[in-house]
Design a protein around this ligand. Structure first.
Ligand SMILES: Nc1ncnc2c1ncn2[C@@H]1O[C@H](COP(=O)(O)OP(=O)(O)OP(=O)(O)O)[C@@H](O)[C@H]1O
Length: 338
């Protein structure tokens, strides 16, 4: 495995509010690798924003360390700190654009802050506007833009000084589903074309499914589970993750169907869309079990397919056990439906 670009090691963040301590982040550890689109998901107040803000020093850990490219970011000062701020861009739910500046000037401002002048600024702004498909809006003010367009300006500004890492704090939460998709497509394109590493926080499961390759699940300040996206959805280990990701909800059966079922109800998750139905069919035949498919769908995570089936197994108990055993040997995840 290559070296992590971001290494978060036992990070805790506590806030003192009057005479009370709020432990917003508790002992979080994880690595982000170059080219990752790393998602942090959790409900409101889980500590996601606080955690992501420690990655660019907008928040300071009360305990633990964060290394970016091998450097402990707490030790950065002067020019190194300034360079670090250029290397790590950030976009926000409410866009944070300067309302009195045009689109052009919002982007030019951060280039000038990095010491660029004249033609270098002009060329770079043009390049960035083209990249985010806003060339025709250079002279517009933020109030004249849609939410999606505002976020595109936010992205251009965050990347202006050649950022290597982009932090996204609920960047699509204020957008409608179609605009969300177009912003996620843009982030994916930037990730692909420039190997931009992205850390995003969201409470939206669909955002995770659409673009993240790895995910941390947060609850009450803790990372309760971390996995690649596909495996997290295929086989969530923690009860919190299962209920938060609504895993069972997607294949919930009407109570009448459950009540009328004569056989054993099982949920099958499989990772090879082509193999499973033949595998189920042949395994059932081999073990003398018959089955009814009660629910089924296939979900896609990038190019990987995750099949979900709820089936009723009818046969002798021993035969059903043999069938389940056989299915598991084909890497089908089998869970009893209660
Ligand atoms: N500056 C602060 N001072 C005091 N408490 C804070 C501060 N920032 C965050 N908190 C508290 O820390 C906890 C985690 O907040 P945080 O915003 O990180 O969660 P979140 O998962 O991002 O939630 P949301 O999605 O609602 O923003 C909350 O209880 C919040 O009230």
């Amino acid at each position: 495995m290559n070296k992590p670009l971001i290494q978060v090691s036992n990070v805790s963040v506590a806030f003192k509010v009057k005479d009370r301590i709020v432990n917003a982040v508790k002992n979080a550890s994880f690595n982000v690798y170059q080219g990752d689109i790393f998602g942090i998901i959790g409900s409101s107040g889980a500590g996601k924003s606080t955690l992501v803000r420690t990655l660019n020093r907008l928040a300071s850990p009360t305990q633990g360390q964060i290394y970016v490219n091998g450097t402990n970011i707490a030790s950065l000062k002067g020019k190194d700190l300034q360079q670090f701020r250029f290397d790590v861009g950030m976009i926000f739910q409410n866009f944070n654009l300067a309302s009195s500046k045009t689109v052009y000037d919002n982007i030019a401002f951060v280039l000038k802050a990095a010491g660029k002048r004249g033609l270098a600024v002009e060329q770079r702004v043009k390049e960035l506007l083209k990249l985010v498909s806003l060339t025709d809006k250079a002279n517009a003010y933020p109030a004249e833009l849609s939410g999606g367009q505002k976020q595109r300006v936010g992205i251009a500004r965050a990347l202006a000084n050649d950022a290597k890492i982009l932090l996204c704090d609920e960047a699509t939460s204020a957008l409608d589903p179609q605009t969300t998709t177009s912003i996620l497509d843009l982030l994916k394109q930037l990730n692909r074309e420039f190997k931009l590493t992205i850390v995003l926080i969201t409470h939206e499961i669909d955002v995770i499914k659409k673009i993240c390759n790895r995910v941390a699940v947060m609850s009450q300040g803790e990372i309760v589970e971390l996995n690649n996206t596909f495996d997290l959805f295929a086989s969530p280990q923690q009860a919190f993750t299962q209920s938060f990701l609504n895993i069972d909800e997607n294949t919930a059966l009407p109570s009448k169907v459950k009540k009328n079922a004569k056989g054993k109800l099982v949920r099958l998750r499989y990772i090879n869309e082509n193999a499973t139905e033949p595998v189920l069919f042949q395994s059932a035949k081999q073990t003398n079990v018959s089955f009814n498919i009660l629910h089924g769908f296939i979900e896609y995570f990038n190019d990987q397919a995750l099949g979900n089936l709820v089936v009723e197994l009818i046969g002798a108990n021993d035969d059903i056990s043999s069938l389940i055993h056989l299915l598991k040997s084909y890497h089908v995840i089998v869970e009893e439906v209660k």
